[in-house]
Design a protein around this ligand. Structure first.
Ligand code: NAP
Length: 243
């Protein structure tokens, strides 16, 4: 039977590339999107034309009831969930003194509560099956911190704590939980960076480039095959940040 994977925030960027990779591996993918319906429909059409197993589902994963709907839909249609990729995320550049309570709530709910809630929802099925993989897309900023991205960094550090704690809790049920902490990846999230800012990062990076969404998808491909890695934070950043 085909494996079943949910990817949150799969309409664009890193999540889209992860969905494509998983579908190419013969996995039944449920690609979640929120605002970018046209892009999600295009992804579905493109993959279906190649004979891949792809489904899409609209849900704002910052909200508990919409996480519940996404998981309920998946279980009713596909009976199980083998892989959960918590990828949906937003970023914001502000000095700490400019961050509002609403900013805080939006960032925490979208980047961290969503992953916590999705884990809560999928785990009963994974525990029942004594098998599962959960991968949280965090960020190097969760490890080293970032000026003017304090709330973002807090959410990503929180995700890494979720990864470590949950790996301990559900390891005996044969469920592996890991984080991937990307460096700078070429997606819409960084569309406002100037050429000079990107060049500055490249100059500091031993592998002399910024990342591509495919770099993250390749790591996921390895993680869903590996059998002895759990509770780890794997940073994919070309050597830009070495901790
Ligand atoms: P992106 O191109 O801006 O895409 C973000 C994705 O998240 C979109 O598909 C968006 O869906 C989805 N999303 C946002 N809020 C959502 C919500 N409430 N419910 C469901 N989906 C939601 O960003 P990206 O660069 O691919 O980032 C993906 C992940 O990698 C994020 O967690 C980000 O923090 C992390 N990351 C990125 C970088 C980087 O340099 N790009 C570095 C480190 C970590 P819709 O458009 O459909 O709303």
């Amino acid at each position: 039977m085909n494996k079943v994977a949910i990817v949150t925030g799969a309409s664009r960027g890193i999540g889209k590339e992860i969905a494509k990779m998983l579908a190419n591996e013969g996995i039944q993918v449920i690609a979640n999107y929120n605002k970018s319906e046209e892009k999600a429909l295009k992804l579905k059409k493109d993959l279906e034309e190649q004979g891949k197993l792809i489904d899409i589902f609209k849900a704002d994963v910052s909200k508990q009831e919409e996480c519940e709907s996404l998981v309920k839909y998946t279980l009713e249609k596909y009976n199980k969930i083998d892989i959960l990729i918590n990828n949906a995320g937003i970023d914001q550049y502000k000095l700490i003194t400019e961050v509002t309570k609403q900013d805080w709530e939006d960032m925490l709910n979208t980047n961290l509560y969503s992953a916590f809630c999705m884990c809560q929802q999928v785990l009963p099925n994974m525990i029942h099956n004594k098998s599962g993989r959960i991968i949280n897309i965090s960020s190097i900023w969760g490890i080293v911190g970032a000026s003017q991205e304090i709330v973002y960094s807090i959410t990503k550090a929180g995700l890494d704590a979720l990864t470590k704690s949950l790996a301990k809790e559900v390891g005996p049920s044969n469920i592996k939980v890991n984080s991937i902490a990307p460096g700078l990846i070429d997606t819409d999230m960084n569309k406002d960076l100037t050429e000079d800012e990107v060049k500055y990062v490249i100059d500091q990076t031993p592998l002399e480039r910024i990342g591509k969404p495919q770099d993250i998808a390749k790591c996921i491909k390895w993680l869903i095959e590996d059998d002895f890695t759990t509770g780890q934070i794997i940073s994919i950043n070309g050597g830009w940040i070495i901790t």
